[in-house]
Ligand binder design. Structure first.
Ligand SMILES: [Zn+2]
Length: 207
């Protein structure tokens, strides 16, 4: 699968699927459907294994993305040292324990030291890590580390609020519970006022 990430025009993707991988995945999904008691020859399911094979490759395309490179592709020297906040970044991921979706919003902030990056790049970093098999905790930390390591800012803050289908559809069935994770570096870690300012901007209550 090739993913073409196109600089200034936002989020352009060129999808093409590895034929061999797609065929093999289709066979395995057909087998899975049979094991689940389905008649895979019925009309509605005829192309389902192929669709699932493609959908799963799409949903895990983050493995083919280099988040560090996304940030570096639009990195500028700048002396602005106030908080930059990108909030309400839509996020769709798959929990690695059940292969069921979790989805919600990410809020990312950083305080530049010498460099800033394009605002759309922050959203694309979230996307690159989310389109993999994940747990919300690791996703939060990976986004934080990527921005810290590439921009070397005075601090990074990441908050993710998400609903997990594996909780809502099975097991405890806590229908509307939202899981919040957060991770911080530098000024956000050391300075409570800075952290509070961030929480105020994203409209999140501390307690
Ligand atoms: Zn799960």
């Amino acid at each position: 699968m090739d993913i073409t990430l196109n600089g200034n025009s936002g989020y352009n993707k060129t999808e093409s699927y590895d034929d061999e991988k797609t065929t093999r995945l289709s066979e395995l999904y057909e087998e899975s459907l049979r094991l689940l008691g389905e008649d895979t020859s019925r009309e509605g399911l005829e192309k389902t294994p192929l669709r699932v094979a493609k959908a799963m490759q799409f949903l895990t395309q983050g493995y083919n993305m280099q988040p560090d490179e996304i940030v570096k592709s639009a990195m500028f020297r700048e002396d602005y040292q106030q908080m930059v906040v990108v909030k309400d970044i839509e996020l769709y991921s798959l929990c690695e324990h059940h292969l069921l979706p979790f989805f919600g919003k990410a809020h990312v902030a950083y305080i530049p030291r010498h460099h800033i990056t394009g605002l759309s790049k922050i959203a694309r970093v979230v996307e690159a890590f989310a389109r993999r098999l994940q747990v919300q905790e690791r996703l939060t930390t990976q986004i934080k580390e990527c921005i810290q390591e590439t921009l070397n800012p005075l601090g990074v803050a990441v908050v993710i609020e998400a609903q997990h289908m594996c909780m809502q559809m099975r097991g405890v069935q806590k229908q509307h519970s939202v899981t919040t994770t957060s991770d911080f570096t530098g000024a956000f870690l050391k300075n409570i006022a800075t952290r509070e300012e961030f929480f105020n901007i994203i409209g999140h209550k501390l307690h």
